[in-house]
Write a protein that binds this ligand. Structure first.
Ligand code: PEP
Ligand code: MN
Length: 293
């Protein structure tokens, strides 16, 4: 264990693991996040059109996802990039929910949009760029919806828990933590997936923890293997980008899976999820009498 980490972040009482509360379950419609199910949220980075969204919703639902993701309000690195469909996008998300039964997670960037987005979304997503927007976090305390809180790209786990505590203190204990990769000196991937964040957060907090392999990887070829890693280290689920034609996506096409790739990834996850529940023994080779040379 890292000697710098003392095993607990003691000042975050509302989100800290205690003897009385070691695990909390966030209920979203009939879905339990943080319970025994591994919950996959999938869909496009951004809502682009009815056809794009409904086709994606049907495909990810068929492959086993329970929640549809899709940004209607997009925080973009460039001010010239597509900023999202806004209210029109929220309406399309509701249409897709009605047609597939999937719950909806979508991003909220400003406290002024909280009430409007809460009317449409089942889960309010706080993006990496907003993790320390305290006005937004406080407004989410009163929104009556669960919050998916993404780790800031340069935030420590202690800072992530501090933001979760702000939401809980403002009145909303329904928080899901999301590891989505952090900035490091490494440039081979878009961000560095801090896989250790999952067991560390699980050790100190009762909140559910999910992993976003798409924004960590930045390229679709790495998404399945990072998802398998998330399953093995005990994540409660995934947030994955999927697009009908990734090459034509208006944002994050490079890291979006096709429908077939998503279905294959979901199929391949099963043995890795089973590893969580089996007790396994590592049997070393016994040395012959007298020892080896
Ligand atoms: C997203 O989920 O599309 C997104 C913008 O994520 P992040 O905030 O992690 O960059
Ligand atoms: Mn994205």
């Amino acid at each position: 264990m890292n000697p710098k980490w003392n095993g607990q972040f003691s000042c975050f009482d509302l989100v800290a693991k205690t003897r009385e509360c070691s695990r909390s379950v966030v209920q979203v419609r009939d879905i339990e996040i943080g319970g025994s199910d591994f919950v996959v949220m999938a869909g496009p980075c951004a809502v682009e059109s009815e056809d794009q969204l409904v086709r994606t919703a049907e495909a990810v639902s068929k492959a086993g996802a329970r929640i549809l993701r899709g940004g209607a309000y997009k925080p973009r690195s460039s001010p010239y990039a597509f900023q999202g469909m806004g209210l029109e996008g929220l309406k399309l998300l509701c249409k897709a929910r009605k047609e597939t039964g999937l719950a909806i997670v979508t991003e909220v960037m400003s406290e002024e949009d909280v009430d409007l987005i809460a009317e449409y979304a089942d889960i309010m997503q706080v993006g990496t760029r907003s993790m320390e927007n305290y006005a937004l976090l406080e407004a989410l305390g009163e929104c009556g919806r669960p919050v998916l809180l993404k780790r800031g790209m340069t935030a420590t786990l202690e800072e992530l828990l501090r933001s979760a505590q702000v939401i809980a203190m403002a009145g909303n204990p329904q928080v899901i933590l999301c590891e989505r990769g952090i900035r490091t000196f490494e440039t081979a991937t878009r961000n560095t997936l801090d896989i250790a964040a999952v067991p560390v957060l699980k050790a100190v907090s009762h909140l559910p923890v999910i992993v976003d392999p798409s924004h960590a990887a930045g390229v679709r070829s790495l998404v399945p293997v990072l998802s398998r890693a998330a399953a093995v280290v005990g994540a409660d689920g995934l947030l994955v980008e999927v697009h009908p034609v990734p090459e034509k996506a208006m944002s994050d096409g490079n890291q979006s899976l096709t429908f077939d790739e998503f279905r294959d990834m979901m199929d391949d996850l099963h043995p890795y999820l089973d590893l969580q529940h089996e007790s396994r023994t590592l049997r070393p080779q016994l040395l012959a009498a007298g020892g080896a040379d």
